[in-house]
Design a protein around this ligand. Structure first.
Ligand code: MF3
Ligand code: CO
Length: 278
């Protein structure tokens, strides 16, 4: 079977430190989103706040103007509500309401290096099933990140995500989208499936930087694209959750570049020593 050679960009520790700076900008935006999102707030307002935070850090919003061939993306965040899975464009008409599940995806560039991460935020009180979905999504992301410290191949990460979801409950794992390598571009090789087998895929090596981003639904794993050319929704209208971190594989463990604590609390011994020192 023909397989295109993976063009993986391996980073030096010095370059990873630059990605950490971008990652901390993204983390700061997430914090602002948690503080600002609530019933009555539009996603356009959240986008305005996000861009302000990014630019006040001296960073550049990577999503704005991003073009995959259908014209430039018009905002600094993706703000996907309920059945919207990812890539929903912020709008003054998209006003958050009690019970919504909002995913905010943010990217920032510092000195040419990218950070990319997403959180799912509950708006007011949500259905307990939605909380469980959000928690399952976060847990599967951390399972994947933890696996990155020990797995030999990329499939080990994918498998850990899938395994975590299977044990959490009856959720759909979105199959059409996944994680990705990241560095001097937002999207690099390798593509990272959120399901798979440990023996598959390229070898994991220090210097890799990866965006790990499971997307789970309360129903089907199938998605559809809206006519705006961006918004991805669940095919069956079920609610979806999405969480993402940018991580770097270091010599002695993983550094979660978009987590304020570098992932130390979640990872324990699997966290890189540079994450602890930083
Ligand atoms: N951050 C998203 C991802 O993880 C990409 C955003 S698409 C954009 O793949 F157009 F908004 F940039
Ligand atoms: Co991403």
């Amino acid at each position: 079977m023909f397989r295109r050679r993976q063009r993986i960009q391996y980073k030096t520790l010095e370059q990873i430190r630059k990605m950490r700076t971008a990652g901390l900008v993204v983390a700061e935006v997430h914090q602002a989103m948690r503080e600002s999102a609530g019933p009555g707030v539009s996603t356009a307002e959240l986008d305005r706040i996000a861009e302000e935070v990014i630019r006040s850090c001296g960073a550049v919003p990577s999503f704005k103007g991003y073009d995959i061939g259908f014209g430039p993306y018009p905002a600094s965040i993706c703000a996907s509500v309920n059945a919207q899975v990812v890539h929903a464009i912020p709008s003054p008409d998209a006003v958050l309401a009690e019970g919504d599940l909002l995913s905010v995806d943010v990217g920032a560039i510092v000195d040419g290096w990218h950070g990319d991460a997403a959180i799912s935020i509950e708006i007011g009180e949500v259905d307990p099933r939605v909380t469980a979905l959000r928690e399952a999504c976060e847990a599967s992301m951390w399972a994947g990140i933890r696996a990155a410290a020990t797995a030999k191949r990329l499939g080990g990460i994918s498998h850990a995500i899938e395994h975590s979801v299977e044990h959490a409950g009856d959720y759909g794992i979105v199959t059409g989208f996944g994680g990705h390598g990241i560095g001097t571009e937002m999207h690099q090789d390798p593509h990272i499936l959120n399901y798979g087998r440990p023996g598959e895929g390229p070898k994991l090596r220090p210097g890799m930087a990866l965006a790990i981003e499971p997307m789970l639904t309360l129903g089907s794993e199938e998605t559809a694209e809206l006519a705006d050319g961006w918004t991805i929704v669940t095919e069956d209208g079920s609610i979806a959750a999405h969480t993402e971190h940018t991580i770097a594989l270091c010599e002695d463990g993983v550094w979660v570049l978009t987590a304020p604590d570098g992932g130390v609390e979640q990872l324990g011994d699997a966290a890189a020593s540079v994450a602890r020192a930083a």
